[in-house]
Write a protein that binds this ligand. Sequence first.
Ligand SMILES: [Zn+2]
Length: 413
Amino acid sequence: MEYSHRYHAYPTQEVAEGLEHHLNVHRQLYNHVRWDYTNSPEDDKPSEYDQNNKLPEWKRTWPVFAETHSKAAQATVARFHHNLTVLSELKEKGYNVGRLKRQAPTDYRSVTYNQSGFDLDEKRGHDKDAYVWFSKIGWMKIRYSRPIPDHASIKEATFKKETTGEWFITFSLETEDEHVPEKPAVESLTASNSVGIDLGILNYVHTSDGKTVDWIDLDDEYDRLRHEQRKLSRKEHGSNNYEKQRQEVAKARRHIRRKVLDYQHKITTWLVKTYDAVFVEDLNVKEMLEQSHNARNKQDAAWRQFITLLEYKAALYGTHVVQVEARGTTKECASCGVETAKPIWVREHSCPSCGFETDRDANAAMNVLQRGFAERGLGWPESTPVETVAATDTDRFESVSASHVIETGSLPS
Ligand SMILES: [Zn+2]
């Protein structure tokens, strides 16, 4: 099976500059691949293979592209074609998607090396720490929180710069047998490889590291359901037509359920592949006085399904999933712990005691993370997410679109 391990990386300033430079060159290459594809005639679009064959010529014409490692350049071409496939799959499923955009520096955050151009030394130098090497960039120390198992081989290595400015390395691993990966040691969990999530009302998921995942748009599906239900109400009860129409209503319901399940599969896969530990609120005691009874029951069922899926995936990928006490996660300040009542319409958390300000759901997600750590006897996360969020004041919340989740569900980028 295939899975991945993600590590916090600590490059020196010189190496970080190299990473930045290569990130930028690969972004330009990606945009060039896109340009070449877009400007090819409709009936003669280049395949991934065609564009790989153009790489040597591009490297001669634009020497900056010659700075890339050949396997990494091919991985960038592959990323574009993978995105094309994802896009057309989404279109087929009825999502309203546009075209692939040019990548701005803020969008393009990672570079992947396929099979070569990277190395891992588990005990390097005087300090015997783990280091990762990238071709033409150099060695950097990583927090080797989770050893790579002997039976696994490294297929790809990806370096990524998060919006917080932190660097991460992800190894895509493959095992020949159906080995289930072991969960990382509890002591290795940190604020950067763990996440607290708030199952929100406005956003489906809000993470403690500032990501929001929007809920899918089901307006059309619900319109159709109401339409079929109205038709049913006009049929004579017990007639053949009534029976037929009853099946149409059931079909419309089934369609919604499937779309929700499909989406939950994607979000949960993304979570267990990205993090070593995922903390969620224990729904049995979740306070939901804020919602009407009916809305609450509906949401309850969807969340229960979500957590069941999350636990199932966690076992497959070797990720911790822990449910934590949910009482007061919204009221409590993630920075100082003082409780302040907050009506539903107040979307900001602004602490009267310590002055900490953030989004309401982000504050709840940070509390979930901290409770998870306390419950595991780990104390406070070494760098609290509170600091991370405060450090990036503008554009604090990266909105993760449905298509991004679907992409990352299969690609470590
Ligand atoms: Zn406070």
